[in-house]
Write a protein that binds this ligand. Structure first.
Ligand SMILES: C[S@@+](CC[C@H](N)C(=O)[O-])C[C@H]1O[C@@H](n2cnc3c(N)ncnc32)[C@H](O)[C@@H]1O
Length: 267
């Protein structure tokens, strides 16, 4: 995995939308005893969930050793949380099986820093294998619908507004060099999820934030024989406000953009 230039900045950015991310808590089924949090970073989410559910045992895993060391320190006061610096795959050789597997803001990184869609498919197949019978898989990430790649409604006007800001226009051209011309709302939406990270632009611009659509996740779960129980596409209020302030988008234009997807599937 590519080195993170400024780990502190990366972690503080990650933990900012904590309250938003903690909404995953409501998809943890009653009676669950164990949760595996894949790609837990410094454990911010894992620890907050462990505090909310003292009766559940949480295990957080991440590839980044420094993050796991931090997580261990932060979580040492709690009895129901532990952290390991391992790949999900390595965990399969052990005996533990989980009631819930959580992927919070990680699968787009698996895609970008792994081998694309095959890494995501493998991760979900591994998650399927490490779940108990009838176990629950929860994904929270930036996820868009494929149909947004057909949509061109208001596109020209929106691009004009975005390019009307000189500092953003430069980033927009960088983005087009990597992800091709912005010819649909989905690509514009992708750009709008990242232009605010100019301070770490080399890494952020290249990262594919929305590599797997809702429709593709459906196909993967279908192949794995898992039932999708819940799917939601929404926009974090903070981002909606930011887009409105930065570009004066109309309500219709804003309505065509999304930031967050949640998928809950059962084995
Ligand atoms: C964007 S952070 C998300 C952290 C946390 N889940 C959250 O939502 O705040 C992504 C994390 O996934 C980890 N990661 C990326 N690829 C991974 C892989 N193949 N296995 C385990 N962790 C991975 C990274 O090290 C990073 O800590």
């Amino acid at each position: 995995m590519e080195e993170i230039a400024n780990e502190d900045l990366y972690l503080s950015r990650m933990s900012k939308p904590l309250q938003e991310k903690l909404k995953v808590a409501k998809y943890i089924p009653r009676g669950a005893k164990t949760v595996l949090d894949v790609g837990c970073a410094d454990g911010t989410i894992t620890i907050a969930l462990a505090e909310m559910f003292p009766e559940i045992k949480f295990v957080g895993i991440d590839l980044n050793r420094d993050f796991i060391e931090l997580a261990k320190k932060k979580g040492e006061r709690l009895k129901n949380v532990s952290f390991e610096n391992v790949y999900l795959r390595e965990r399969l050789s052990g005996k533990d099986r989980f009631d819930v597997v959580l992927f919070c803001s990680v699968l787009h990184e698996f895609y970008t820093y792994g081998e694309g869609i095959s890494t995501v498919v493998k991760a979900l197949a591994d998650a399927h294998e490490i779940l108990k019978a009838k176990g629950t898989l929860i994904i929270r990430d930036m996820i868009l619908y494929n149909y947004a790649s057909q949509s061109q409604l208001w596109l020209t006007e929106m691009i004009e507004k975005v390019k009307g800001k000189n500092d953003v226009k430069i980033l927009f051209f960088d983005f087009e060099k990597i992800f091709k011309e912005v010819v649909n709302v989905k690509r514009l939406n992708h750009f709008l999820l990242k232009y605010m990270y100019a301070d770490n632009w080399d890494r952020e611009c290249r990262e594919n934030y929305v590599p797997v659509s809702f429709e593709e996740y459906d196909q993967i779960f279908n192949l794995l024989g898992m039932k999708v129980l819940f799917q939601r596409s929404s926009t974090i209020p903070y981002l909606k406000n930011k887009w409105q302030t930065d570009f004066a988008f109309t309500d219709d234009e804003l309505e065509s953009l999304r930031s967050t997807g949640i998928i809950v599937a059962r084995k």
